[in-house]
Design a protein around this ligand. Structure first.
Ligand SMILES: C[S@@+](CC[C@H](N)C(=O)[O-])C[C@H]1O[C@@H](n2cnc3c(N)ncnc32)[C@H](O)[C@@H]1O
Length: 320
């Protein structure tokens, strides 16, 4: 594909994960199905409030960390995120498409899609993430709209606007309690003939933990009504010297969704699944001691990489 040949491929690759709770699975952190706390004076669910506060804390840390390669975006007008470079052979031509990137975080994948020729809108819950995304887009002259919203409120936040492409990248749907509601949103955001492209961490990976050097099934594979609750005052990027930002909002709530549950949710909305690939790699290191990184920044098990599905790519089309 000609797009691939035209892309700069700098040597600097992320060496740790940009994506969520996974990079450091601290066995000392004990998720629990905690009861929600006292009622708060808002109709917003607790998980939204807690997760937003956590991502607001992480955003400036991520924007300053080498892992997200913000400087490479500033220095090289054709630089793409490692995530989008991995997507390229599967993504298809996005030139001229109107795209929405759900859970866009600080916008590095969003800008990459814009650089491939899509007219992008990014949506995220975290205002601090969007502040970083807007700053980067302005600095590189990318024309991207950023909308602050919960995914489940996206159709209303976007006034019913529909898109040619709904794009979702790693570390996304684990923050949503119901994959069925997510599929409903994807359907609502697609115009007839439009398509979904998602690469996310594999639910098999998200069910595992490392215990004494072995991987064991520790968290639910299938979607559960209650979240897994994490309390971790750390994030997954390398520390930046002099960075004064800290994570004070350390509690997050997440959910796993079985692969069949995700596919079935899309089928129930009438979408036609056009691609489903499972990968033995993921662009971050959930179990650093057991994994090896390749030239593209993809991590896989050093021994027996054929035993664990680490991520998946799924494509689906809304019938025209
Ligand atoms: C790991 S990041 C997104 C992945 C993206 N590939 C990246 O690393 O740049 C997760 C993002 O999901 C956002 N998020 C979490 N829950 C959300 C929700 N309910 N609605 C919208 N965004 C949400 C967070 O604010 C965060 O920016």
């Amino acid at each position: 594909m000609s797009q691939q040949l035209e892309i700069d491929h700098p040597q600097t690759q992320p060496t740790s994960a940009p994506y969520g709770k996974h990079t450091r699975r601290n066995p000392e952190v004990r998720p629990c199905h905690s009861p929600y706390g006292e009622p708060v004076p808002t109709d917003e669910p607790d998980y939204v409030r807690l997760n937003r506060a956590n991502w607001d804390d992480r955003a400036p840390i991520h924007a300053a960390a080498p892992d997200y390669q913000v400087q490479a975006f500033l220095d090289h007008p054709r630089h793409l995120s490692g995530v989008v470079r991995f997507d390229l052979p599967r993504l298809g031509d996005v030139t001229g498409l109107e795209g929405i990137h759900l859970q866009c975080h600080i916008g590095t994948d969003t800008i990459s899609l814009a650089r491939l020729g899509a007219q992008m809108t990014g949506l995220d819950l975290s205002g601090a993430s969007l502040a970083e995304a807007r700053r980067l887009a302005a600095a590189v002259g990318a024309d991207i709209d950023y909308i602050e919203s919960d995914v489940y409120a996206a159709p209303a936040a976007l006034d019913g606007r529909a898109f040619d492409l709904v794009y979702v990248s790693l570390g996304a749907i684990c923050w949503l309690p119901s994959v069925d509601r997510w599929a409903e949103v994807v359907d609502a955001l697609l115009r007839p003939g439009g398509r979904l492209f998602i690469r996310d961490s594999h639910p098999m990976l998200d069910s595992l933990d490392a215990v004494s050097g072995d991987l064991v099934s520790r968290w639910p594979y299938f979607e559960q009504p209650d979240p897994v609750v994490w309390d971790e005052a750390a994030t997954y990027v390398g520390a930046t010297k002099g960075d004064a930002h800290t994570i004070t909002h350390s509690v997050t709530h997440s959910w796993n969704h079985g692969l069949g549950e995700t596919v079935s949710a899309l089928l129930r909305r009438g979408l036609r699944v056009t691609m489903l690939e499972e990968h033995d790699s993921v662009p971050f290191a959930p179990f650093p001691d057991l994994m090896t990184v390749d030239d593209l920044g993809e991590w896989r098990l050093t021994e027996h990489p054929n035993r664990v599905a680490m991520s998946f790519t799924l494509g689906a089309v809304k019938p025209g």
